[in-house]
Design a protein around this ligand. Structure first.
Ligand code: UGA
Length: 440
């Protein structure tokens, strides 16, 4: 078993650290945020991710997982380092903000004195790994013996543990000019996964970086494709959900990621397609990705459409009472970064409505970024006296809602299903006005 560090204890880093320990490795998680470290050391995951807390606690007790804020300790602990810090969108620009990635390299590399491999996992613009590798070698006493490889992460929030322990594939980009230890070390680290015949692809650095960005760009495009078709369905009186089922049977198309609704959000897809466009522009290949601007446009238009539908339902939003069910960018997550649900809630409130939000897990995060919205303790309380109910995140508890649950609670029996996750017939049969997106 190997010893390794993981820099960053966010959604990506904390999951990677706990799951590497689960594979039997000795892992040291590193972060500059002492409040996060204190929680993790106490066996508490600082965000909601199903199953992760059990893995964390099991490996803390087994002594295979520890946390620190000390780079000195980290550099002395292992010669395998994973880099899983955030690469958010720059303020006021499309490009990715690489300050956290850069900071790890600037602080860690000078402390590395012998042969070591740093595996980058964060999503970065193509060319970053090459630059970081050169920089790391130039400031490290280990010099050429310090290798930088890129090992992109494909985990989905909500399935992070499953995706890390049983990924669809492993990709490792190695520096073709370096000592070439990256592949060997990755094979050691992931031996248990390779034994399961998980595809293992070794590439150059640029390809590995691009695999990640292209995968997210494809997923975003797939969602915006079905959302564009959903606009046509609305105009033509067709049903996009049935259409998606029908085209999804074609294995070349596939049914997954064809759910039309208020579109994609979160800390990855939106900022990744923007950073991808920005990087392509720098490389002189901007024409290749102009379609991603349209993908982004279609996606943002869905949010506006949802606000319009709410306005239509209420006559005017001024003084209307609007219940919003769901605030997280998707179910099984408490992440509200660029959440379509919260964005819609905020827009509706700005137009003069009284908006009450409920989400099973994302209340605290929502309150932190949207303190002016009202928050209710449960779905029924959010719907009290509502002129319209908006379902904006498809949590199982909302899918299970029955018309009878809300009948006596709301002021008007009007529901708009922003995720097409409820059965229109059932609601209509109970006297409700039901509207989905892209459905007649
Ligand atoms: C996404 C990718 O799916 C992961 O493979 C990738 O590793 C991750 O970004 C990342 O780069 O870190 P994630 O952001 O967790 O994962 O969420 P997704 O499951 O991709 O959903 C993204 C958004 O698309 C959500 O707002 C979801 O509601 C929306 N979506 C998804 C749709 O509107 N329709 C669909 O059919 C599917």
């Amino acid at each position: 078993m190997a010893r390794m560090t993981v820099f960053g204890t966010g959604y990506l880093g904390a999951t990677h650290a706990a799951c590497m320990a689960e594979l039997g490795h000795d892992v040291l998680g590193v972060d500059v945020d002492s409040s996060k470290l204190a929680k993790l050391e106490a066996g508490v995951v600082p965000f909601y991710e199903p199953g992760l807390e059990a893995v964390l606690q099991r490996n803390l007790s087994a002594g295979r997982l520890r946390f620190t804020s000390s780079y000195e300790e980290a550099a002395a602990f292992a010669d395998i380092h994973f880099l899983g810090v955030g690469t958010p969108q720059k303020k006021g620009e499309f490009a990715a903000d690489l300050r956290y990635v850069d900071a790890v390299i600037e602080q860690l590399a000078p402390l590395i004195t012998g042969p070591a491999v740093i595996f980058g996992k964060s999503t970065v613009p193509v060319g970053t790994a090459q630059r970081l590798g050169e920089r790391a070698r130039s400031i490290s006493p280990a010099g050429e013996e310090l290798e930088l490889a890129w090992n992109p992460e494909f985990l989905r929030e909500g399935f992070a543990v499953q995706d890390t322990l049983h990924p669809d594939r492993l990709v490792v980009g190695v520096d073709r000019c370096g000592p070439g230890r990256g592949e060997v070390v990755a094979r050691e680290v992931y031996a248990a996964l390779l034994a399961e015949d998980i595809p293992f692809l070794v590439t150059d650095l640029a390809t590995a970086e691009l695999v990640k960005t292209s995968a997210n760009a494809f997923l975003a495009t797939k969602i915006s494709f079905i959302n564009a078709i959903s606009e046509v369905c609305e105009a033509a009186g067709a049903d996009v959900t049935v259409l998606a089922d029908a085209i999804g049977h074609d294995a070349r198309i596939g049914r997954r990621f064809l759910n039309a609704g208020i579109g994609f959000g979160g800390g990855c897809l939106p900022k990744d397609i923007r950073a991808f466009m920005a990087r392509a522009g720098e490389l002189g290949a901007d024409q290749a990705l102009t379609f991603l601007r349209e993908v982004d446009n279609i996606n943002m238009r869905r949010r506006t459409r949802m606000v319009e539908l709410a306005r239509e339902a209420c006559g005017s939003l001024l003084g209307a009472r609007v219940a919003v069910l769901g605030a997280a960018f998707k179910p099984d997550s408490d992440d509200v970064r660029d959440s379509p649900a919260l964005n819609v809630a905020g827009q509706i409130q700005l137009q003069g409505a009284a908006v009450t939000v409920y989400d099973p897990k994302a209340m605290e995060n929502s309150q932190a970024i949207f303190p002016t919205l009202s928050y209710a303790e449960n779905a029924l309380a959010a719907c009290a006296g509502a002129d319209v109910v908006l379902v904006l995140t498809e949590w199982p508890e909302f899918r299970k809602l029955q018309p009878e649950d809300l009948d006596g609670v709301v002021r008007s029996k009007v529901l708009i299903d922003g995720r097409n996750c409820l059965d229109p017939e059932q609601w209509r049969n109970c006297g409700w006005t039901y509207r989905g997106l892209g459905r007649p």
